[in-house]
Design a protein around this ligand. Sequence first.
Ligand code: ATP
Length: 255
Amino acid sequence: LKRKGFSSVPDVKWEDVGGLDSLRTEFHKNIIRPIKYPDVYKEEGIKTETGFLLYGPPGCGKTLIAKAVANEAGANFIHIKGPEILTKYVGEAEEKVRRIFSDARTCSPCILFFDEIDSLTKKRGTEGGSGGDRIVNQLLLELDGGDRRKGVYVIGATNRPDVMDQTLLRPGRFGKLLYVPLPNQDERGLILKALSRNKRLDADVDLMAVARSEACENFSGADLSNLMMIVTNAAFEEKMSKIEAASREGTSSQK
Ligand code: ATP
């Protein structure tokens, strides 16, 4: 796999993602398997979806699962952070978009992830100026690039699919819309499990009970991650206080 300065294979694993099972299946069938077994797909003449739009409330795993897909497929990942393309890449709007796709082609198989894609792709002819229209037009050209796009999968993420130029959502473009919901009780448990994968938990910690508790109702994955950080730090504080107390006792008994 070719590596470029602007891309890398993310280190997020499937196991780091809690829940989102139907999304895993979609990505497995449409991205991971075709990348891993290109010959079988070619032989059978099977084409799969190459463009996806993840939508839903913030902090529920859109970025996380996109990275895990790249890791699982062993593919490169290019992260375009919304409006940042306007400042990070030089040249006219069209040139910037062209550059991103040509970068992606040079390191294919590659997942091109557009975060906050709504900020770049407002409906054409609305406020936001002609710069926005030009980005949408160039995106359409690149997405419809057929064979030229080979090995470049696009995933967009947004909380506002409704404000996007709807022509972008046709098949072959960001054609497969996948909703990433706020987790339910069971899914909160799975997320807590994923978040504590590399942590040492006391035997009496019941993650499912935490997930069921009223305090966690309406928590997003990001909220659960924050909760996990708070309890980890609290446990560490407790441990440090013990170490410091033992060390103080040690010094005083030496006197
Ligand atoms: P935004 O719309 O704000 O960009 P997002 O949907 O892309 O949000 P992420 O950036 O993927 O959200 O999630 C933020 C953090 O929350 C993750 O890095 C992770 O720690 C935690 N998290 C969110 N969802 C999950 C999940 N399903 N499983 C495990 N961790 C999660």
